[in-house]
Design a protein around this ligand. Structure first.
Ligand SMILES: Cc1cc2nc3c(=O)[nH]c(=O)nc-3n(C[C@H](O)[C@H](O)[C@H](O)COP(=O)(O)OP(=O)(O)OC[C@H]3O[C@@H](n4cnc5c(N)ncnc54)[C@H](O)[C@@H]3O)c2cc1C
Length: 294
């Protein structure tokens, strides 16, 4: 089974896609239509997120198993430490290995219900993603990724502390990091510079969300944890009542940012798809990142 790092070895920038597990049959149909539509575009890998708690966790395991067995895509499963004992985590990692998933994005996760609430570790569980990286690594030949935050994780005291904790995840065995959403290429490039200055050569991958609607803009602002720059709001907010114009301008914004990131030699552009494929297909086509036959 090919690893994410092997897929990112070339000199050219590639792209990858992220989905979340389906909640019901209708969701499942949408997810699989999107997966099939993107398959011919040859993404470097595709990932499925891990629910904050409860049923969607089974959905992650089921969906990633289907990707591994029924598609040509390289699968990556997310995993969080939320509400899990180490024994349960070992079990999930064992399931991933059993269905042929060798790439894991190891995350600490947020308290269920309130992402900003107090983090309480499972009594027999883990406290930080760093420990999960070490656990996954200890259980087999896995390629492991982690999360990174261009503006610092909301719980980090400052960027220096945030960078130190990120580098600890690489020292624990992570091969690459995927960044949370950000507004301008420079915001990601500064994160990459901080990691390099701290002595790490781990692969840094920007996370990208196509700005197709006012809702995706609001989600980007919320997840980034930062204030959107005026230049971006000036381009998009006047178009909020005109869906077609907003979508066209939003995709221009994202394509321009990706062009800058490609010029800076990023190995991969990781698209948060919201389980839809059209906008991602449009952006990667404009960027020339797809095989001629797609
Ligand atoms: C690309 C990406 C994918 C994601 N996928 C999912 C998903 O599938 N499911 C989900 O529920 N959530 C997901 N998240 C959200 C993520 O779980 C949250 O952002 C969570 O708050 C942090 O997880 P982490 O792995 O970054 O935690 P950590 O790296 O453990 O960091 C958490 C906080 O603790 C600090 N810290 C880290 N190590 C130490 C240490 N040794 N000592 C003291 N402090 C430390 C960090 O600076 C940070 O402030 C994703 C985020 C990203 C960027």
């Amino acid at each position: 089974m090919t690893s994410v790092v092997e897929r990112l070895r070339g000199n050219e920038t590639v792209f990858s896609v992220e989905f979340f597990p389906p909640r019901d049959d209708a969701d499942e149909a949408v997810l699989w239509r999107s997966i099939r539509e993107l398959e011919g575009f040859d993404p470097a890998y595709m990932s499925i997120t891990y629910g904050a708690g409860g049923t969607s966790r089974d959905g992650t395991i089921r969906s990633i198993a289907r990707v591994a067995t029924e598609t040509t895509l390289v699968p990556m499963a997310h995993l969080t430490a939320v509400n899990h004992s180490v024994a349960e985590l070992r079990n999930v990692i064992g399931w991933y290995a059993a269905v042929g998933v060798r790439n894991v994005l190891a995350l600490r996760g947020d308290p269920p219900g309130d992402p900003y609430g107090e983090w309480i570790a499972h009594p027999e569980g883990l406290n930080y993603a760093e420990e999960l990286v070490a656990l996954v690594r200890s259980l087999g030949d896995f390629c492991v990724g982690v999360s990174a935050f261009p503006y610092g994780h909301p719980r980090s005291a400052d960027l220096e502390t945030d960078t130190r904790h990120l580098v600890r995840k690489f020292k624990a065995g992570a091969d690459f990091a995927i960044a949370q959403l950000f507004f301008e290429a420079e915001d990601f490039l500064r994160l990459r510079d901080r990691v390099a200055a701290a002595g790490s050569d781990a692969l840094m991958i920007p996370g990208i969300m196509p700005l197709t609607t006012p809702r995706t803009l609001r989600k980007t602002i919320e997840l980034s944890g930062a204030t959107a720059p005026k230049s971006l709001l000036d381009r998009l907010t006047p178009l909020e009542d005109d869906p077609a114009a907003f979508r066209a301008e939003g995709l221009d914004v994202v394509t321009e940012m990706c062009e800058r990131l490609i010029a800076e030699g990023v190995p991969d552009l990781h698209f948060y798809t919201f389980n839809r494929s059209k906008a991602t297909r449009e952006v990667v086509s404009r960027l020339g990142l797809v095989p001629a036959r797609a």
